[in-house]
Write a protein that binds this ligand. Structure first.
Ligand SMILES: NC(=O)c1ccc[n+]([C@@H]2O[C@H](COP(=O)([O-])OP(=O)(O)OC[C@H]3O[C@@H](n4cnc5c(N)ncnc54)[C@H](O)[C@@H]3O)[C@@H](O)[C@H]2O)c1
Length: 438
């Protein structure tokens, strides 16, 4: 089976290489010329564990290639996956310009039956619109079918998630298209991955409802954490005990600076917008968004309360990416928090194992310096703030850190450390929701 994958971002590149690993012949297309040239030299444009070897293996076995030539790729494929970006437009709606651009190009390039598979997260109704739009602009009297196949992979464990998904959702009105896509994923039947086949709208909504629910868990536990701080309770124990209830489950009950990343912020906004547009407000999700914004602000207040006015103070920051094991800083809590600290006159010494280049592209300020390890970032700082829970931050030499810092103050905004262990070494320690009202 010959497949085109449009978009070589976090989803497109992993999915393209994954489909090649399933035995398909995959051509990945991107309009970003530098990216395609880099990929043809074996350079992966972002950090994702195992991706370099995964891509290399599938390029070597001749099943994976890269091009900017969409027309050529489409002519040679029966199935066209779309994995372009669908960011927030800044007004709480989804910016569909990348999808619209692809739709126009596809309409020009298609001259025989094709199945278009939408992997991007798109608002309800987009896939039906896409089919009609392409169909109306085709040069010949032929049919195209559209399948909604939302992606659920997580950055940081993207390959494993793609190769062993919790479920595969396929939405379509065409039995023929559905059969073609099921055939592509047939290796997943061997590992008994559940398939959910449904109509286009249901598939689109499954993705938003899933992300909105996960974001709800995060905002919920952050509200619990805030109450913990008021009453001297420990959110870590509350969450653990809650999570032991199988109806609740332990995942996504970690309090911290609030959710970020390229998906939850925009997908919760889009879900709330959908509810509003339909006259059926998504009040819970609206509250989830407000709680998340407030949580960021609380973190900044926490830092100020711990070290006083920030003007002229040096603050060490560990972790810039929105989560560990990625270089992605999109909507990272660190962006909001570091920029707020800079605005308030602080100087930042930062370290992140993979995200410093990306962070620097967004935050270009002479008051922030980047260092090669945690101890260097801590040197001379009045407080050390943990913003991402990278594994390498879990076992730092705390005595060495204390020597490096100007003042032994730790703001553990990811609750990485046990408070007693840190305070026993003479630090002032503040986590999130851990009985310390700062
Ligand atoms: N990142 C994630 O963890 C994740 C997980 C699940 C779903 N999603 C969804 O998947 C989609 C893609 O996300 P991403 O993070 O991979 O995006 P991304 O921004 O990393 O990548 C998008 C890529 O598409 C390319 N592109 C844009 N327009 C194009 C065009 N007309 N022709 C060819 N290439 C084009 C861009 O150059 C870019 O390389 C989004 O809808 C997102 O919500 C993302």
């Amino acid at each position: 089976m010959h497949i085109t994958m449009i978009g070589t971002g976090y989803v497109g590149l992993v999915s393209g290489a994954g489909l090649a690993d399933f035995g398909m012949q995959v051509i990945c297309v991107d309009k970003n010329v530098d990216r395609i040239q880099g990929l043809n030299r074996g350079e992966i444009p972002f950090y994702e564990p195992g991706l370099e070897e995964f891509v290399e293996r599938n390029v070597k076995n001749g099943r994976l290639s890269f091009t900017t030539d969409l027309k050529m790729a489409v002519e040679n494929s029966l199935v066209i996956f779309v994995a372009v970006g669908t960011p927030d437009d800044g007004q709480g709606k989804t910016d569909l310009s990348q999808v619209e651009d692809v739709a126009k190009r596809l309409a020009q390039a298609i001259d025989e039956y094709k199945v278009i598979v939408m992997k991007s997260t798109v608002p309800v109704g987009t896939n039906r619109w896409l089919k009609e739009m392409i169909q109306a602009n085709l040069k010949k009297d032929i049919t195209v079918d559209v399948v909604s196949n939302p992606e659920f992979l997580r950055e940081g464990s993207a390959i494993e998630d793609f190769m062993r998904p919790n479920r595969v959702v396929l939405g379509s009105d065409s039995a023929q298209a559905l059969a073609v896509v099921k055939d592509i994923y047939r290796v997943l039947y061997l590992i008994e991955a559940p398939f959910v086949s449904t109509n286009l709208e249901t598939a689109e909504l499954i993705k938003y409802a899933s992300n909105a629910f996960l974001a709800t868990k995060i905002s919920f536990i952050n509200e619990v954490a805030n109450i913990c701080e008021k009453v001297g309770a420990d959110v870590h124990d509350v969450a653990r005990a809650m999570g032991l209830d199988k109806r609740i489950g332990p995942k996504f009950l970690h309090s911290g600076p609030g959710y970020g990343g390229s998906c939850f912020p925009k997908d919760t906004l889009a879900f709330a917008d959908l509810g509003k547009t339909l006259g059926s407000p998504a009040r819970i999700v609206e509250a989830v968004i407000a709680v998340n914004r407030n949580q960021r602000a609380r973190m900044i207040t926490k830092i100020e309360n711990a070290i006083g006015p920030l003007d002229g103070k040096v603050v060490g920051v560990l972790g810039l990416t929105f989560k560990p094991n990625t270089s992605d800083v999109r909507e990272s809590p660190a962006l909001d928090i570091v920029q707020a600290l800079l605005r308030k006159g602080a100087q930042i010494r930062a370290y992140d194992p993979a995200g410093m280049d990306e962070f620097q592209k967004v935050v270009n300020d002479e008051k922030i310096s980047y260092w090669k390890n945690a101890y260097e970032a801590a040197r001379g700082a009045e407080a050390l703030v943990f913003l991402t829970e990278w594994n390498e931050f879990r076992n730092l030499d705390l005595k060495k850190l204390k020597e490096a810092l100007a003042k032994p103050v730790v703001l553990d905004l990811r609750n990485i450390y046990e408070p007693e262990r840190v305070t026993d070494l003479g630090f002032r320690y503040m986590g999130v929701g851990r009985g310390t009202a700062v």
